[in-house]
Structure formats: C-alpha cells, structure tokens
Design a binder for this molecule. Structure first.
Ligand SMILES: [Zn+2]
Length: 412
C-alpha cells in the first residue's frame, strides 16, 4: 500500500498547537502519523514554505446555483424578494443543474473544501458519481399546506429509498427548507423519519425579520409570497409562534443543523448551547453580509457554548464557494475572536456538526488525509497566513490524493 509523508514549514493539526517543520504521514488515504521533523523514514515530499492544515468543511451550500457568475439581486435586498428571483433562476429554461453541481464540487475542492453539507433540490442520484469533496446531501423538502404533507412525505421516502448514495462515500440527510415553506406537522414527521433512519436534518431558521414576522403574526411579505404562489394555508402557523418552537422540534432529531440563526434570541441561543452535542448553528458570513442583516451574534453564540460551523451558502448570495474567504471575513469582522476559534469553525466544528468528527476536520492518526497547504513564508505566523493572507491553497489533498487527480477521476 502506497505510503508517503508530507513535510511543511508548519503543520497545524487544529487538535493541538502548530508544529514547526512537522511531517504528516499518509497511507491508504488516512493519516498514519504526525511527527516532529526527522522521525519519518518514509518517502517524504517537502511542501516547502507552507502551513499544512485539515481540509475545510463547508457546512452549508446549494451547489445547483454554482454556475451563477454573481449573486442574484442586489446587496441589502429583503429575503422574500431575493427568493422570488431565485425561483425565477430555478425555472430558467437553459439551465443545467447537474453541470452546475459538478462545477461547484470542483470549485469547492480546488479552494480547499474537502467536506460539504449540501442542500439538494435535485434528485440524490445527481450527486452519486461526480468527483469532489465528501458530501452530506440533505434532500430538500417543501410543503407548507396541511393538504400537501402526506404526498410530500411519501415522495421524500421514495427519493431516499431509491438513492444509491449510501453505497458510495457520501451521506444522506433531510432538509425541511424553512418555517415559511414547511408545515409544522410535516416538520414533526420529518424529524420522526430522521430518527428512524438515523440521519441528520438541516433547516434554514431565524434567517430574516420577515420570517419572525410570519411566525408571530401569520402575515407580512412571506405570507404574500406564499399566497401568490398558491401555497398559503391560513391554519399552518399558530399566531405567536417563535423560532424556539421549531428548535424544540428539531431537538428530537438525532442531529440537526440550524442554518443561519441570524435572529436567534437569548433564550434560543441558550437552548442551542445546552444541546451542543447534537445541534449546531451554521453561520454563512458573506451571505449574512450580502443581505445587510444586523451584526451576527457570533460572540454570544460561542460564549453560550453553541457549536458554530461555517457555510458559504450558494453562489446566488455569495461571490464564490471558498470557505477560506468566509474564515478571513470572520477574522476581519470579529478582530477580538481568537484565531483558534475561527479555525475550529472552518474545520473541526463543521465536521462535528455533520457527525463526521471521527473522520475529518483534524489532523490526527486515523482521520482521512484531507489536507490543505497554504503559502506561509519564513517569519510569518501560520494563523496569520491562513486568516489574514490573500493566498489561495497551493495544494489540496482529498483522502491522500491530490485534488487535480481526484477531479480528473484518476484516483482509483
Ligand atoms: Zn441556504
């Protein structure tokens, strides 16, 4: 079995402090050793002046929009208006979503993302054979009226049953889209299904003011949008509902990801902090900024013990799919945050959020050799190079294989 070692100016295991001149040894796609210099007798590739760190985890995206050259709409627009435009984009006749997904997977891997949390509106089979990062594919579910619940649920079950994903290297989950598109009863049924199948859930939640308005009053721009599309059910939401009502339901799933959480209240943050083992929040920094929401409660979340992962969201609201860009954006926006926290969010905590902590997100023996190398000249602190540099990764390894080999399909 092919065995080799990679030497770098800095090895950043995330599991521990940076190792100067560290060596990472790889066999059969896994890390078999992390050593100080000169202890490895294997074929050693010297990567030179780089920092070698775990592959990045992008915990939230929608790759079907990866062919968009720029975000849809304009910065600062209201979410319901943006959603109207995205629906239009989805219905564009010359669209090739499979090609867009393929493009997004390649862009992700080249930018250092080796693990993805993907929301799929398309059939799961689209994802099965495409090269790229390891992915947890959350099948999107939309069904707001009570009358639609049964058919939506049975459609989801047949989609999950016909999927060939489990046989491959990826995982499947369920994504109840959002409170304004999923009936509370349907949400409960989806949580039961996740329990039966031991799979994770991901839901857009506390994303916009308009969502909170709909929950509280049953009216506002989302009510109008649903009404125009013939989806409105006046009995779906009880007046005075809150995000906490949804969190309580999600807490019964084996694992859940709260996507965005831009408008979480103190009580909701506390609730999530107490359930850190199986509930996480995914912050999408540049997408949050695109919509011009009030400052993100990141420090409050972290202080309350909430596990926060990072996501790019899609190219419909973000300029690219690079998670490093998100980490650098966070470093700039939150200058008082320790660099270790930002690194954790982009690697280990993302892997934990997806239930993959024993496989990826750290450099330690037994983990997949998912690795990113980034230029780090002599005298530069490795955290500085990662979070305040401008360089893109110069080498990316997915399960021990160089990124371009993975993309060209020569990895088997
Ligand atoms: Zn999203």
């Amino acid at each position: 079995m092919h065995k080799f070692s990679l030497r770098a100016r800095w090895v950043l295991p995330v599991a521990g402090p940076p190792i100067a001149g560290g060596v990472v040894s790889v066999q059969a796609g896994q890390i078999v050793g992390i050593d100080a210099p000169a202890t490895s007798s294997l074929e050693t590739i010297d990567l030179g002046d780089v920092v070698l760190m775990p592959g990045l985890v992008n915990a939230h995206t929608h790759l079907e929009f990866s062919d968009l050259p720029r975000p849809v709409g304009k910065p600062g627009m209201a979410l319901p208006e943006w959603i109207r435009l995205v629906i239009g984009e989805r219905n564009r006749s010359n669209r090739n979503p499979r090609e867009a997904v393929a493009q997004g997977l390649v862009e992700s891997l080249r930018s250092g993302v080796t693990t993805l949390g993907e929301i799929a509106n398309l059939p799961l089979s689209v994802y099965a054979d495409l090269p790229g990062p390891s992915r947890t594919i959350f099948q999107e579910v939309i069904g707001f009226s009570a009358a639609r619940c049964d058919s939506v649920l049975s459609d989801l079950k047949s989609r999950l049953n016909s999927s060939n994903i489990r046989a491959a290297e990826h995982l499947v989950g369920i994504s109840p889209h959002a409170p304004y598109t999923v009936h509370p009863n349907l949400l409960r049924q989806l949580v039961s299904l996740a329990q039966q199948r031991h799979i994770p859930l991901a839901m857009h939640l506390a994303e916009s003011r308009e969502e909170l308005e709909l929950l509280a009053t049953g009216s506002g721009p989302f009510q109008e949008l649903l009404d125009q599309r013939g989806m409105w059910d006046p009995g779906a939401i009880s007046l005075g509902s809150t995000v906490l009502d949804y969190l309580r339901v999600l807490a019964d799933a084996p694992r859940s990801l709260v996507i965005h959480g831009n408008y979480l209240s103190e009580a909701e943050i506390e609730f999530l902090g107490q359930r850190r083992d199986f509930m996480s929040v995914v912050y999408c920094p540049r997408t949050h900024a695109y919509f011009g929401h009030p400052p993100y409660p990141l420090e409050k979340l972290l202080k309350s013990g909430v596990r926060v992962a990072l996501g790019t969201d899609s190219r419909a609201s973000n300029p690219d799919l690079g998670l490093l860009g998100e980490m650098r954006f966070v470093a700039k926006r939150f200058p008082n945050l320790p660099p270790e926290s930002i690194l954790n969010m982009g690697t280990q905590w993302g892997a934990e959020a997806l239930g993959l902590a024993d496989q990826t997100g750290l450099l330690s023996v037994g983990q997949w050799a998912d690795l990113v190398a980034l230029a780090c000249p002599a005298g530069v602190d490795p955290h500085e190079a990662i979070l305040h540099g401008f360089e893109e990764p110069c080498r990316v390894f997915f399960r021990g294989e160089e990124c371009e080999q993975v993309i060209s399909g020569n990895n088997h």
